[in-house]
Design a protein around this ligand. Structure first.
Ligand code: NDP
Ligand code: 8X3
Length: 248
């Protein structure tokens, strides 16, 4: 039987690669994001029987409700929620950070993610489905300028593990994937500069959206008695050592 995935943030990067990968593996996907032309292009390329475009801003709870209510019958039985939509804005130290950027990250990465999850849990429980969230190493290790992005991703990582506890006995599987550097539009969005993005990833041999999509597919297609609690992939050239000292 064809299964259905609801993938947030499918207009770029990890989410877009996930839709292509799951569809190639026989899934149907609800693809979400704000950039309608990119969602429409995915539908044209992969087929309207395979991809349903749900164009909304995840921070708009009414638009989210409308998008869920408008799912065609064959896409409404959601078996897998991929909580992927998210962003970082800025790298300034907390004492200089822009409060609007902070609010945007909290609204998108935290509030929208929990609201959507809550709305889809009944169908996921009914279908013994799965939730896979894309948290981040930024939620596990601190780096300067990470501040609210890091905090929001610590929330994603931890909320996802907490979901696993609450869903105990329902048959719903829950996985937190917490990647390091993946070259997508992430750093362009964070800094507003393609040059800054190119500089960050130059020579690093970073992970790709496809690398993470392949992990999502692997987790999603494991036999139903297996649950991967968390995965923390990094490029070989990135590590987590970060202690610093300041001297007087
Ligand atoms: P991209 O910028 O390439 O993709 C982000 C996606 O999120 C886009 O599809 C974007 O769609 C969507 N999105 C952002 N804000 C909203 C919004 N308000 N409403 C709806 N959709 C939104 O970045 P990545 O693919 O790298 O990021 C995906 C996830 O992976 C994020 O949660 C990020 O924090 C996480 N991550 C990324 C890492 C990296 O190094 N790249 C590492 C670890 C985690 P649109 O703009 O069309 O609305
Ligand atoms: C983003 C991962 O390592 O670029 O979540 O901060 S990193």
């Amino acid at each position: 039987m064809t299964k259905t995935a609801f993938v947030t943030g499918a207009t770029a990067g990890i989410g877009e690669a996930t839709v292509r990968t799951l569809v190639a593996s026989g899934w149907r996907c609800v693809a979400t994001g704000r950039r309608k032309e990119r969602l429409d292009a995915l539908v044209s390329e992969l087929g309207a029987d395979k991809v349903h475009a749900a164009c909304f801003d995840v921070r708009d709870s009414e638009a989210m409700d409308a998008a869920i209510a408008a799912l065609p019958a064959e896409f409404a039985g959601v078996d897998l929620l991929v909580n992927n939509a998210g962003l970082a804005q800025g790298l300034s130290p907390a004492q200089e950070a822009d409060l609007e950027n902070w609010q945007t990250m909290i609204d998108t990465n935290v509030t929208a993610m929990v609201v959507l999850t809550r709305k889809l849990l009944p169908v996921l429980i009914e279908r013994k489905g799965a939730v896979i969230a894309i948290g981040s190493v930024a939620g596990n290790y601190i780096y300067p300028g990470g501040n609210v992005y890091a905090g929001s991703k610590a929330f994603v990582n931890h909320f996802t593990l907490a979901l696993r506890a609450d869903l105990h006995g329902t048959g719903v599987r829950v996985t937190s994937i917490e990647p390091g550097m993946v070259e997508t539009e992430f750093t362009l969005v964070r800094t507003g500069s393609q040059d800054a993005s190119d500089d960050l990833y130059r020579g690093v041999d970073p992970m790709t959206g496809q690398d993470i999509a392949d992990m999502i597919k692997w987790v999603a297609e494991l036999p139903p008695h297996l649950n991967i609690n968390r995965l923390e992939p990094m490029p070989v050239n990135q590590d987590f050592a970060g202690f610093r000292v300041a001297r007087n």
